[in-house]
Design a protein around this ligand. Sequence first.
Ligand SMILES: Nc1ncnc2c1ncn2[C@@H]1O[C@H](COP(=O)(O)OP(=O)(O)OP(=O)(O)O)[C@@H](O)[C@H]1O
Ligand SMILES: [Mg+2]
Length: 415
Amino acid sequence: MRRSDRSKAEVERETGATIGVYDASFEVFEGEIFVIIGLSGSGKSTLLRLVNRLIDPTEGHILLDGEDLAGMSMKRVRDLRRKKMGMVFQHFGLLPNRTVLSNISFGLEVQGVSASEREKKGMEALHMVGLDGQENKQITELSGGMKQRVGLARALATEQEVLLMDEPFSALDALIRRDMQNLFLDIQGEIKRTVIFVTHDLDEALRLGHRVAIMKDGEIVQLGDPEEILTNPADEYVERFIEDVDYAKVRQVDAVMVEPKEVAYESEGPRVVLRRMRQAGMSSIFVVDGERRLVGVCEAEDVARLAERGENSLGDAMDRSPKSVGRETPLRDVLPMFVEDNAPVAVVGKQGRLKGVVVRGSLIAGLTTGGDENGTDGESLDGWRDEEGAMARDAASGGLPRSGADSGDGGGGPA
Ligand SMILES: Nc1ncnc2c1ncn2[C@@H]1O[C@H](COP(=O)(O)OP(=O)(O)OP(=O)(O)O)[C@@H](O)[C@H]1O
Ligand SMILES: [Mg+2]
C-alpha cells in the first residue's frame, strides 16, 4: 500500500498495521557519529534495532564489513553482537545486584574474557568516564548521571567497533546531559568507534553528529552533515524541525540556570541571613521553607533594617512574590523579567522547590551563543565569559556552586 503511494496514516487506518521503517537506505562510515533524529514515533528505535536484528527486517540488507545480517542465523548474529556491535540503552540496562566494576566488565564476561583482563579493561573504562574510586559501589547507590556513565563505560570496555546508542542521554538533566555529551565527544575523539546515535533533541544531533538523518513516518527524509541540514532543509517537515534552532525560542531555562549561591530558610533570623549574604557578596537572597520550596526573596537593605531593629524573623523583609519561572520556560519569555531590574529569577520545580536561578549575564550568553561549548551551560558553574556576567553575578544571588555546607539541614543552624 505504501508503495502505491498511500501514506503511513492511511495504511494504519485501513489495516491497523504500522509502518515501522520504510525504504530507509544509508551508509555509515568507519569512525563517524551518525545521528538519527525525528519526532516520537518516527521509527528511530525501530531502525536502530533493525541494524542489530533485535527486529527482523521484512526485506532489505544490513551489511557489516560485507556480511549481511538480514537472513543470517541467530547464532551468527549473537556472535556479531558480542564481538562487533554494542548497544547503550536509554534506561541503562544495568544489573542492580552487581557492583559498578562488574557491570562495566559484564560485556567482557559475556565474551569470555579472563577475569584479570576483565578487571584491567574494566578499570580503564571506569577511568575514561571519570568514575575512579566508585568501582565497588552498588548500582543502587548511584545517581542517574553516574549510572549513565557506567552504561557508557560498559560499551567502551568491550572494544566493539560499532556502538548503537538509543537516546542514551535523554533521561538526564540538561546540565548533566551537556557534560555527558562533552565526555562522550572527548572519549570518542580517542577511541574512534563507529556510532549510530538516536536522539530527538536537535541541539544534541547537531553537536554530536558528523552526519544526521532525519526521519518522518518511518522514512529518512533528509541525510546530510549538520551544516547542510541547517542551510538547505530538504522539505517543509525538515524546515519546521530546523526552525527550532532559533535558540531564543527553543532553549529553555534549564539550559542556563545555575545553582543559587546561598539561600535563606524562612525560619532563620535576619542577623544570620545578613551575615551569609555579606560573606557571599549578595544583594538579594531567595527564601525557602524546610523542604526547599520557594517562599520569597529578601533584599539585603531590608534584612539589615530588621537586624538593626532586633527582630527575630525575616517576615517583614520578605517579598512573597519573587520573580520565578519553571525549568522549561523558553528563554525569550525570561528576558522581559530583567527589564526593570537585574535581580535574578528563581527556577522552581513541580513541587515549588527551588531548583536554580537565572542571572542576567548567563541568560544573555545563552541567547546569543546558541549553546555551543562556549555557552553558559555547565561551564557557567565555575566561570563567566563576559563582564556583564561578572557584574550580574556580583549583583545577584547566583553564579557559583554553593561552597559552604550550611543550611543543608533546612533548619537554619548557625551560619
Ligand atoms: N513493539 C511494537 N509493536 C507495534 N508497533 C510498534 C512497536 N514499537 C514501535 N511501534 C510503532 O512503530 C513506529 C515507530 O516507533 P519507534 O519506537 O521506532 O519510534 P521512535 O522514533 O523511536 O520514537 P521515540 O522517540 O518515541 O522513541 C511507531 O508508529 C510505533 O507506534
Ligand atoms: Mg525510540
